[in-house]
Design a protein around this ligand. Structure first.
Ligand code: HEC
Length: 121
């Protein structure tokens, strides 16, 4: 192999590995971004306007006694599934939570905007 080929192959190979790793990580996150926030002029926080939505829609199953995993009755209890993107995925993108439906689109939008602003407490 001549010098030119070596100089060219190394960066191309590195780029390929980087792209493959990136794709792999994207899949671990559920692979999708949600829609942009469509509510302006409201600053969302867990205490002010999100806890009520979660209490009403989720605690019948995610209140610690099952059948849903985790206890979402506190900020600390729901934080892990906010961090790993599962709330965004299940409530905003797939909309298969709450199981059985019953959550309004306006409530899903509020959850989305709150997550996009970094889900402040
Ligand atoms: C009628 C019962 C029920 C309700 C209400 C419900 N869930 Fe669930 N949820 C489940 C069950 C059962 C699972 C586990 C099976 C699965 O992942 O589908 C689950 C799983 C999840 C997961 C994946 C958790 C993990 O660690 O894998 C998330 C996130 C979630 N629910 C969010 C919510 C949110 C947010 C609400 C309220 C807006 C909600 N769910 C309302 C039953 C429910």
């Amino acid at each position: 192999m001549n010098l030119f080929a070596k100089r060219l192959l190394y960066p191309v190979f590195t780029l390929l590995v980087a792209v493959l790793l990136w794709q792999g990580c994207k899949k671990d996150d559920g692979g999708q971004d949600g829609p942009p926030c469509n509510i302006s002029g409201v600053s969302f926080s867990y205490t002010a306007n999100i806890k009520g939505i979660i209490d009403r829609n989720c605690l019948s199953c995610h209140g610690g006694l099952g059948p849903g995993p985790h206890d979402y009755s506190t900020y600390e209890g729901i934080k892990s599934v906010l961090d790993n993107g599962l709330v965004l995925e299940r409530v905003v993108i797939k909309k298969d939570m709450p199981e059985g439906g019953g959550m309004s689109q306006a409530e899903r939008d509020s959850i989305n905007c709150w997550i996009l602003s970094g889900y402040p407490k």
